[in-house]
Ligand binder design. Structure first.
Ligand code: ATP
Length: 248
């Protein structure tokens, strides 16, 4: 793989097993399995997906509900191992994928900054050095010693985004979670993403807001039923996707 690429995804598949019937106990499960009555449906959430993200690109992944966007992001972040295929990433990755991932709901915002920092591979000193900036960006000074189980989803997203971006990753992966933020926070995040972009950070963004995708990204992948529908310049791909959505 050539070094100008931040991420290479090659012929990637992700297969899930779905239980067809409800089983209430382990005993019932074992009996059904022995009798071969327990049937599982296998399906590919992602099928034969290949693409390259160049260093410094802001790359959007768009598609309808259930098309495989989050599954793809989880594989790129190393949360899921592809069933087959290969993913190579050059550089450190900060994933902001699931709201609250890397957080302990019983701990305070202050404690979670250190916990989440450790999950992302950063030292305590590093997190202390950035602590004030993180809380300021998230605008959470009034809640810094409150357990985050009492936070709204927008407050959790603010904290997660502030931690993920303060540590200057090479590749920032942002899933739909920004959608829970209010208009002011969304604007702040977009500004921050633009600043990171200017500093050469590669961004991968999943969003249902075509407006946001067009304002933040330069390239896009449209994924449909787990397969690549189209890939290229952001405007061309968004136009094709919007035409498809309005016709279906
Ligand atoms: N852990 C899992 N086990 C089984 N099926 C799963 C799992 N995670 C996702 N799926 C299924 O895989 C498909 C793709 O899901 P995914 O969350 O990647 O879609 P998405 O494009 O991110 O959707 P949305 O826009 O609704 O967030 C869906 O049919 C979903 O039900």
């Amino acid at each position: 793989m050539q070094e100008e690429y931040a991420i290479q995804v090659k012929n990637v598949y992700m297969r899930f097993n779905l239980a067809r019937q409800k089983v209430d106990s382990l005993k019932e499960y074992m009996v059904k399995r022995l009798k071969r009555e327990y049937i599982r449906d296998e399906f590919n959430a992602v099928s034969d997906v290949s693409f390259l993200v160049e260093k410094g690109d802001s790359f959007a992944i768009i598609g309808t509900n259930g098309s495989g966007k989050s599954t793809l992001l989880k594989m790129i972040s190393g949360i899921y191992k592809p069933t087959s295929g290969e993913i190579v990433a050059h550089g450190s990755i900060a994933p902001m994928i699931e709201l609250g991932a890397g957080f302990d709901m019983e701990l305070t915002a202050r404690e979670n900054v250190y916990l989440n920092g450790a999950v992302l591979g950063h030292t305590k000193d590093m997190m202390s050095a950035h602590f004030e900036d993180i809380i300021s960006f998230a605008e959470l000074w009034d809640f810094v010693d409150v357990p985050i189980k009492n936070f709204s989803s927008g407050m959790k997203a603010r904290l997660g985004f502030a931690i993920a971006t303060i540590t200057k990753p090479d590749i920032l992966i942002v899933d739909e979670i920004l959608s829970v933020g209010d208009a002011n926070f969304k604007e702040k995040c977009e500004k921050k993403m633009a600043e990171m972009k200017a500093n050469g950070v590669t961004l991968i963004l999943v969003s249902h807001s075509i407006e946001q995708v067009l304002s933040v990204c330069n390239r896009a992948l449209w994924i449909n039923k787990g397969r690549v529908a189209a890939i290229g310049d952001v405007r061309t791909i968004c136009d094709a996707y919007m035409t498809y959505v309005t016709q279906n």
